[in-house]
Design a binder for this molecule. Structure first.
Ligand code: FES
Ligand code: FES
Length: 169
């Protein structure tokens, strides 16, 4: 059933963020990036252009990369949101373990200022989840919506290619 909400009305919704249920109260016009950063303290995603041009705000919605700066929080109710914080795996010892894509970025020095990095990593992890052995062109294509103003593209690509090789072993 379609819900009618007034522009200034706040709506209580439940989001599934990194496997945790989070209850938030949002105006209909509130974007997901603001809820994640300001309400839930998940500041790993960055907001740069704010108009779907750069990819700094990328998160996964049901496993697919999206720009959270143009995605309404209301539209994410009941769907799985993954941020860069959610990629860190909990170990049985109670600590955290970096996701293989995070490790590859560290090993290949695939960042400079880091502003684009969470989006790059989430986009690459989504691609490798669906296609563990992408071609170089497929990697480039998948990452084409994530701009890096520092120009770390060569090393970002190297990180992705190294993961592809290890996935073929
Ligand atoms: S901040 Fe969302 S695409 Fe640039
Ligand atoms: S590392 Fe600075 S924008 Fe990509």
């Amino acid at each position: 059933m379609t819900r009618i909400v007034k522009p200034d009305e706040r709506v209580a919704i439940e989001l599934n963020v990194n496997g945790e249920r989070e209850r938030v109260s949002v105006e209909p016009s509130r974007f997901l990036c603001d809820v994640l950063r300001d309400d839930l303290g998940l500041t790993g995603l960055k907001v740069s252009c704010g108009v779907a041009n750069c990819g700094a705000c990328t998160v996964l919605l049901d496993g697919t990369p999206i720009y959270s700066c143009i995605t309404l929080a209301l539209d994410c109710e009941g769907r799985a949101v993954t941020t860069i914080e959610g990629l860190v795996r909990q170990t049985t010892a109670g600590g955290g373990e970096l996701h293989p894509v995070q490790r590859a970025f560290v090993e290949h020095d695939a960042l400079q200022c880091g502003f684009c990095t969470s989006g790059q990593i989430l986009t690459m992890s989504a691609l490798l989840e669906k296609n563990p052995a992408p071609s170089e062109d497929e990697l480039r294509q998948a990452l084409s919506g994530n701009l890096c103003r520092c120009g770390a593209y060569v090393k970002i690509l190297q990180a992705g290619l190294a993961l592809r090789v290890s996935s073929e072993q």
